[in-house]
Design a protein around this ligand. Structure first.
Ligand code: UN1
Length: 500
C-alpha cells in the first residue's frame, strides 16, 4: 500500500491535505505525507463555545444512551482496526502489531465505557438525623480538553473520550502536532458513529490542531473544566499549574522512568521476553517503557548474557513490515536526545552494549536507533531522566530493600515490576514499603497495561488516572445530598439554633 492509500483507506481526502502550513512527515523514511492547517485562536474559542452548547444537550441525555453512542463508536473502531492501525504506524512509526494493539485498546475502552454507562453509581449514606437520608451522585462536568502525545496518538484520546462522553462531557482534542493525521482519521470514524447513532448535539468531539499555544487557550479557559494532558513532565508542570490557577481539574499522565527488579528466584526466560517487549517495544517510546533493570547479583551475569543475545537478533526496520520489531524514533530531535543520553551514561561510568544509528543508508531521513543496554556502576543522574528511546540501564543489587530503594529513587512514578517466584518478595514489592508507582506488576513487564485498571502514576508522573477502575470519577462532579423527609428540622451535630 502506498502512503496515500493508507491515508485514503482511513477516509482522509489526500487532495485536501496538500496545502496546509504544517508539514507532516512519516518517521519511516522522513518523507512528506501531508500538509495540514493549524487552527487559529478564534477557532479554539469557537470550539469551546460549541462544546458548551453540546454540553447543554448531552448532560440531559441519559447515561446509557450516551453509552450506546460509545458502543457504536467502538464498533466503528473495530471495523477500522486494520486501516487505522496502519495509519498509526505510518504517522508515529510504531510497528504494525503495536498499531493494531493501540486500536484494540480503543475498542476495549469503548466496550468498558458502554457497560459503565449503566453503573455511574454513588453511595447512599446513613444520616445522623432522624427522617433524613444522604446520598452521593455523580454529575457531568462540562467540556473535557484532551491533550495527547505522539506515541499513543489515538488510544489516549479514546481513553479520555469514551469516559468523558458517557459521563456527559463533550470533548475538545488537541493531538500532538506530530500526529494530526491519525486524529483527523479518528474524527472521521467518530462522525460515522454519530450518523449511525442518530440525534446528538453537534461538537461532541472537536479537534483542534496546532502547537502548545493552541492548546493553551483551552488550558486557560474556565469554560473547559477538565483538562486531561498526556506528555512530558515539563508540559504537565505548566498545564497543571495553569489549570489549578483557575480551579479547574487536571488529569495528568506525564513522564515515566520505569524499573524492573529481577530477583534470584525469577524465571529468567520469562524475564528476558518481558524485558525485550518492555524495553525495546515502540522503540522505547512508551511512557511505560522499561528503562531501568535492577538485577540481583546472583542472576545478573546469566540474565545480561541472554539479554544481549536477544538484543542482537532483534530486527530493526520499516515498521509496516511485520518482520521488524523496532521502527524509527519519531524525529531527529528524539535521536539527538538518545545519543546524548548514551554519551552521558558513558561519562557517568556506564558500559554501553549496542546503540548507534541503524539503516542510515536505506533511510537517510529516518532515525532508526539501535537498542542499547548500559551497565551502570550505580544509579546516576542520567538514569533519573526519561529519555524516549530504547536505552535500558542495568544495575546490580544485593538485598531487596536496596533494590526497592533504587527503583523508587527517581522523580517519576508510573510503572514498575518485579520478577520473582518468592511470594514474600512479591508481596513486599506490592506493599506500603514497596514500589511507589501507580502501576506495580509481578512477573510481567512494565508496559502494555490493560484498560481495565486505572492507568497513571505518582510524583512527576502527575497523579492522574485514566481508563479503567473508577477513573470515570475524574470526569464527573460529586454531589452530596441530604434529604429531609420528616416534618422537623434537626441540625447536624445536634446544634440548637434559636430554639427553646
Ligand atoms: C503511554 O505510553 O502514554 O501500558 C501509554 C501501556 C499502554 C499505554 C501506554 N497501554 O504501555
Amino acid at each position: 500500500m502506498s502512503y496515500d492509500e493508507i491515508l485514503t483507506a482511513c477516509g482522509l481526502d489526500v487532495s485536501s491535505l496538500q496545502n496546509g502550513a504544517r508539514a507532516v512527515h512519516t518517521p519511516i523514511d522522513g518523507s512528506l505525507i501531508a500538509r495540514v492547517d493549524d487552527n487559529t485562536e478564534d477557532d479554539v474559542r469557537a470550539a469551546i463555545a460549541k462544546s458548551q452548547a453540546a454540553f447543554e444537550v448531552w448532560r440531559k441525555t441519559p447515561a446509557p444512551v450516551r453509552g450506546e453512542f460509545v458502543r457504536i463508536l467502538g464498533e466503528e473502531l473495530r471495523a477500522a482496526k486494520a486501516e487505522l492501525g496502519r495509519l498509526v504506524t505510518l504517522e508515529c512509526g510504531k510497528i504494525y502489531q503495536e498499531g493494531l494493539g493501540e486500536v484494540q485498546e480503543m475498542v476495549d475502552i469503548c466496550v468498558f465505557a458502554a457497560g459503565l454507562s449503566r453503573q455511574l453509581d454513588g453511595k447512599t449514606i446513613t444520616s445522623e438525623r432522624p427522617g433524613h437520608h444522604m446520598r452521593e451522585t455523580w454529575q457531568p462536568m462540562g467540556p473535557c480538553g484532551v491533550i495527547s502525545a505522539f506515541n499513543f496518538p489515538v488510544a489516549v484520546w479514546s481513553w479520555n473520550a469514551a469516559l468523558a462522553l458517557i459521563c456527559g462531557d463533550p470533548v475538545i482534542w488537541k493531538p500532538s502536532e506530530k500526529t494530526p493525521l491519525t486524529a483527523l482519521a479518528c474524527q472521521v470514524i467518530f462522525d460515522r458513529a454519530l450518523k449511525k447513532f442518530g440525534e446528538a448535539p453537534e461538537g461532541l468531539n472537536q479537534l483542534i490542531l496546532g502547537d502548545g499555544a493552541i492548546g493553551n487557550i483551552m488550558v486557560e479557559s474556565k469554560d473547559v473544566p477538565i483538562i486531561s494532558a498526556t506528555g512530558s513532565t515539563a508540559m504537565g508542570r505548566i498545564v497543571g499549574q495553569k489549570v489549578a490557577a483557575r480551579f479547574g481539574r487536571s488529569i495528568l499522565e506525564l513522564g515515566g522512568n520505569n524499573a524492573m527488579i529481577v530477583a534470584p528466584s525469577a524465571d529468567l526466560d520469562m524475564a528476558v521476553r518481558a524485558i525485550l517487549f518492555s524495553a525495546v517495544g515502540t522503540a522505547g517510546q512508551r511512557c511505560t517503557t522499561l528503562r531501568r533493570l535492577i538485577v540481583h547479583e546472583d542472576v545478573y551475569e546469566p540474565l545480561l548474557t541472554s539479554l544481549k543475545t536477544a538484543y542482537g537478533s532483534i530486527k530493526i526496520g520499516d515498521p509496516l513490515n511485520e518482520a521488524h520489531l523496532i521502527g524509527p524514533l519519531i524525529d531527529e530531535q528524539a535521536f539527538v536526545q538518545y545519543e546524548s543520553a548514551l554519551k552521558a551514561a558513558k561519562e557517568q561510568g556506564g558500559a554501553v552494549h549496542g546503540g548507534g544509528r541503524a539503516l542510515q543508508n536505506e533511510y537517510p531521513q529516518g532515525r532508526y536507533a539501535r537498542p542499547a543496554i548500559v551497565e551502570m556502576p550505580k544509579q546516576t543522574d542520567v538514569m533519573r531522566h526519561e529519555t524516549f528511546a530504547p536505552i535500558l540501564y542495568a544495575l546490580k543489587y544485593k538485598t531487596l530493600d536496596e533494590a526497592i530503594a533504587a527503583q523508587n529513587d527517581v522523580p517519576q512514578g508510573l510503572s514498575s515490576s518485579i520478577f520473582t517466584t518468592d511470594v514474600r518478595e512479591a508481596e513486599t514489592f506490592l506493599s506500603a514499603v514497596g514500589s511507589d508507582c501507580g502501576i506495580a506488576n509481578v512477573n510481567i513487564g512494565t508496559s502494555g497495561a490493560e484498560i481495565g485498571g486505572a492507568f497513571g502514576g505518582e510524583k512527576e508522573t502527575g497523579g492522574g488516572r485514566e481508563s479503567g477502575s473508577d477513573a470515570w470519577k475524574g470526569y464527573m462532579r460529586r454531589m452530596t445530598s441530604t434529604v429531609n423527609y420528616s416534618s422537623e428540622l434537626p441540625l447536624a451535630q445536634d446544634i440548637k439554633f434559636g430554639e427553646d
